[in-house]
Design a protein around this ligand. Structure first.
Ligand code: COA
Length: 380
């Protein structure tokens, strides 16, 4: 067998998929035939989850039925709250989410079945529960009691409601819906690949999703939005942006968080949409600091990358940071919010994977020593 190494699995196709198409050269992201610009701001997160899972947008009756299937799952076992209370102070919300998903398997009477009906049941449950898991952890670590979700509210509204205890405004719910729709799916990104690879052993959904949450946590993937906010906070002012960026780029291998993408060679369409959301929130609130700093960072990166003949544009995590900041979320919650959205995409891929599975088993080119002989331990 020819030994071709594709580091980072760059350019490797692992299977066919009918869920998502990305044209990195044109900056196009398509969910089941719909350009993301068609969906963002028009479709609710539930409509998009339905689209990703079923292949078609729901009509009114189908959406109502889907919402009715979600409603009973708007609750989490109290053991999750006990787990959260038992975690050491300083535990990251992504680590808490990863543990909570794993714990949920223990409260499922049929966690292991990978037939279509069971996988859909668990997917529906997780779609409803992810926002609650994330909101409850934030409340518990802030010394507050978790808020019981409202079955009559949408996923986006329930997230905001269980986080704050107050019914969210239609405007805040709309922004949340846009953010969730934009983050819902993105082909065989690292965490989705991990979910599919884990499921390819025919292990259970909870294991695959726990693994995916772990992969999303990394700063080169979903963790970048938290890293962007941390950087903006450290920078602190508009004038300090340029020296910060120049300082990062001066370091060997220096990466400015929220920029660059394996697939997009032009502006990520999600970043384009979130940039406008961020601009809108800044204008409404009169607090444009984070947005202005983001624009300045983009300007300096554009200039510096052009000097090197490179196109390194903002990605989805870049403008989501200022958006979430203006919505009042703590910086380390941004990645869990990404997970609240991406559970829709992960599950769509698990449906495909379980339906037509082959275990994933790539190879490594061996470069270690050969021909050694064994020496008993006392003679080494
Ligand atoms: N800051 C500065 N330079 C960057 C950069 C960034 N964020 N992202 C890419 N580049 C440059 C690299 O210097 C590299 O140039 P080189 O070939 O001369 O070394 C070139 O662009 C290609 O980058 P590379 O790291 O090979 O791309 P990749 O496909 O392996 O990695 C990312 C993609 C997303 C991991 C990478 O762009 C990155 O680390 N970004 C920051 C983290 C982030 O925002 N992640 C969220 C992704 S949605």
């Amino acid at each position: 067998m020819e030994q071709t190494i594709n580091r980072g699995l760059d350019g490797v196709y692992i299977d066919e998929s009918a869920i998502c198409f990305i044209d990195g050269g044109k900056g196009q992201l398509v969910y089941r035939g719909y350009d993301i610009r068609e969906l963002a701001g028009k479709a609710s997160f539930e409509e998009v989850a339905y689209l990703l899972w079923r292949g078609e947008l729901p009509d009114r009756a189908q959406l109502d039925a889907f919402r009715a299937r979600l409603a009973p799952y708007f609750r989490v076992p109290p053991a999750v709250y006990d787990l959260y209370r038992s975690l050491p102070a300083g535990t990251s919300p992504m680590a808490a989410l990863r543990s909570a998903v794993s714990l949920l398997a223990g409260f499922d009477e049929q966690p292991d079945g990978v037939d279509e009906a069971n996988v859909h049941r668990i997917g529906t449950q997780l779609l409803a529960q992810f926002p609650l898991l994330v909101a409850a952890f934030q409340r518990i670590r802030a010394g507050q009691e978790p808020v019981e979700p409202r079955p009559d509210l949408s996923v986006a509204a329930n997230f905001l409601y269980t986080l704050t205890g107050e019914e969210p405004s239609p405007a805040a719910t709309r922004v949340m819906d846009v953010a969730l729709v934009l983050h819902a799916e993105h082909g065989s990104n690292a965490s989705t690949f991990v979910a599919r690879a884990t499921a390819s052993t025919l292990t259970d959904v909870y294991s695959a999703i726990t693994a995916a949450v772990g992969a999303l946590k990394g700063p080169l993937h979903g963790g970048a939005n938290t890293a962007v906010m941390k950087a903006l906070e450290e920078i602190g002012s508009l004038e300090a942006v340029e020296p910060y960026v120049m300082g990062v780029l001066a370091k060997p291998g220096g990466r400015v968080m929220g920029f660059g993408h394996r697939v997009y060679k032009v502006l990520d369409p999600r970043a384009e949409i979130l940039k406008e959301v961020s601009r809108g929130l800044a204008e409404e609130s009169g607090d444009s600091k984070w947005f202005e700093m983001s624009l300045e960072m983009e300007r300096v990166m554009d200039r510096e990358m052009a000097k090197k003949g490179k196109q390194v544009k903002p990605n989805v995590d870049f403008f989501s940071a200022s958006v979430y900041r203006m919505l009042g979320f703590p910086g380390d919650m941004y990645t869990p919010i990404f997970a609240v959205a991406r559970i829709a995409g992960w599950m769509a891929h698990l449906y495909e994977q379980y339906a037509d599975n082959r275990i994933m088993r790539p190879r490594l080119v061996y470069t270690g020593p050969t021909g050694k002989t064994f020496t008993p331990i006392d003679e080494r």
